[in-house]
Design a protein around this ligand. Structure first.
Ligand code: KG4
Ligand code: ZN
Length: 350
């Protein structure tokens, strides 16, 4: 197998990240500068603030990634970067930095799909043990912007079996958390609140979709809004609810959080299991921010009917190590990008 050392850059949303990855598996360094604190007061990612912060952070993050890997540009085989999907202004900062390095150091440039990155986080080694994954596998990508069931029959071979027709799973967590006054990001907050609640307290709707492996989560948000309204009579419109933290004294936040988490997890597990059975895969891989969810990990492992693999918690949310892992396989295929490469904010996996 050809050896590679790749510098990877990720700036698609609210993390400025750079990593040095060897052979698509070994993490020499993985630096993530999070903007979460900055966006918390807006209750979500504020695009202009995000791109400005990327500009401020990116040089230092790249320098730190090289320093922590105890290397410099001269040892690199390529520079990889997320080109989409994501926020245009944020993507541009990473892509321009990568192009500058590629040009100045005469290195090949590799544009990577952010979702492909998430999926390849499963190939990264931890504690020196490199995973050996046998195809075909089914990947459930669950992040703030995406929910997709992907059949993977080889490296770079993606077939989308289903996706969300409205909100992404992470988006559902984030929106419900806002309705409950739990803050941003919503997923971890819901998970924490749910720990003290009864998942059977409220019977929340499971959406029917036309295609068997598609998802729909927007009905959940409406159902929770109704619940919140029932408990806090003075709040009528969604904007009121968002601006006024609901009266904590009578809103059963823990029970609602637990019921919502259960509704999301149950839908994800059911459809993933059905697809895994239908396509006879070797194992199921989870990827993306929501794959950090404890209930999802537990429930999927219990009900999958085949082995389930998920990335370590630190690699579930956005990072550049996963971009370096995906880039390795593109490098082996000779799949390089021109220096004219553009960002593609709505780039699809294919
Ligand atoms: O993959 P990611 O870091 O960014 C995107 O590419 O979107 O995913 C972020 C999403 C957010 O919606 C966040 O609420 C969710 O992942 N998330 C979680 C958990 N940790 C992060 N959702 C549920 N449970 C968690 N523990
Ligand atoms: Zn992501």
């Amino acid at each position: 197998m050809m050896k590679t050392t790749i510098l990877a850059i990720e700036s698609s949303c609210d993390e400025t990240a750079a990593a040095v990855i060897k052979n698509g598996q070994h993490i020499k360094s993985n630096v993530v500068a999070s903007q979460i604190e900055l966006h918390r007061r807006y209750g979500g990612v504020f695009p202009e603030v995000a791109s400005r912060q990327h500009i401020l952070a990116i040089d230092t993050v790249i320098r730190d990634a090289l320093a922590q890997a105890e290397t410099d540009f001269s040892t690199l085989d390529a520079v990889a970067v997320t080109r989409g999907p994501g926020l245009a202004g944020s993507l541009l900062v990473g892509v321009n930095a990568a192009k500058g390095i590629a040009m100045a150091q005469n290195l090949p440039l590799i544009g990577v799909n952010h979702l492909e990155g998430h999926l390849y986080s499963n190939w990264l080694a931890t504690d020196d043990a490199a995973p050996e994954i046998v195809f075909p596998v089914l990947v459930l990508i669950v992040s703030g912007g995406h929910t997709e069931i992907v059949l993977m029959r080889g490296h770079g071979d993606y077939r989308i079996l289903g996706r969300t027709i409205d909100d992404a799973a992470g988006e559902a967590f984030d929106k419900v958390a806002r309705l409950l006054g739990l803050g941003y990001p919503g997923g971890p907050a819901i998970q924490r609140a749910a720990a003290g609640g009864d998942a059977r307290a409220f019977d929340l709707p499971r959406a029917k979709t036309k295609r068997p492996y598609d998802f729909s989560f927007s009905g959940l948000k409406t159902a929770v809004l109704r619940l919140v309204q029932r408990y806090s009579k003075n709040l009528q419109r969604p904007s009121d609810v968002a601006q006024n933290a609901p009266d904590a004294s009578n809103l059963p936040v823990a029970d609602i959080a637990a019921s919502v988490q259960w509704a999301i997890v149950d839908a994800l597990v059911q459809k993933t299991r059905a697809a895994a059975d239908a396509f006879g895969v070797q194992e199921i891989l989870l990827a993306g921010g929501v794959s950090a969810n404890g209930a999802l990990r537990q429930e999927m492992s219990a009900r999958a009917g085949c082995p389930v693999r998920f990335p370590p918690l630190s690699l579930c949310t956005d990072n550049a190590a996963m971009i370096g892992a995906a880039a390795h396989w593109r490098y082996l295929r000779g799949d390089f990008s021109a220096l004219e490469m553009d960002v593609i904010p709505n780039l699809r996996l294919k």
